[in-house]
Design a protein around this ligand. Sequence first.
Ligand code: PAF
Length: 281
Amino acid sequence: MQVVRTVPELQKALAPKRQQGLTIGLVPTMGCLHSGHQALIARAKKESAVVVVSIFVNPTQFGPNEDFARYPRTFAADEQACRESGADIIFAPTTEDFYARNASTWVNVGQVSEGLCGKFRPGHFQGVATVVTMLFNAVQPQVAIFGQKDLQQLAVIRRLVRDLHFPIKIIAHETVREPNGVAMSSRNRYLSDDEKCKAESIPRALQMAQSLVDKGETDAHRILTVVKENLSKLPDFQIQYVEIVNSETMASCPNIKRGECAIVIAGFLGKTRLIDNLILR
Ligand code: PAF
């Protein structure tokens, strides 16, 4: 496995692979890798001959009062995790090398990025769409893997790829969960043991919505009322949103269509922002 730091180095490493006609798969990450990321890398390995994992804590997707400075940076452990999962190349640029000085070009995908997390984290999806575009241009993969845990991010990336004609197949990988059901996230490190236990209520609330759908409920409002009431009993959890949306457009879904709608939750447990979702089937 090779570690490269700059775009020219990356392109030099990839050129012979391209010449051999090998397919390139990209797993974009911000590091602090966990088993969820390793599952994405394993999936990329199945889908492509050469797997590039990018590790870059992208400053432009953090708001001024967010956790950019304290976001965990664990490069040695990440390198090990990539090696174990079968990655071929780690691309880990510095901000100074990756963003041009006075960079002023931004990618905005519009409506799909505006609600939900977009509303609570202004500029977040502009930062994500811009850096992912930069990564797509630097790596030129045929395939890129994203976790379904960030459902709105996935919708934003799919829109970006469609609208800008990137010849890249986007693969969504199902959310990998802790044994207690909590979605794996690099930010789970911020949680105390007590908060980790409390966080179980979030996947339970998602399952509650699925149970109502299983019993034949199709009215999103009724489902949301039950779920919100339940989550409001969770101490220290400050809800940002609980919605049922179309998983492609992120528009509100008043009537459940199985397989098309997802229940999405975001909020702060203590000081840690958590998100989770479930496609209602
Ligand atoms: O999901 C993430 O880790 C990031 O948002 C991404 C896609 C790597 C862009 O910085």
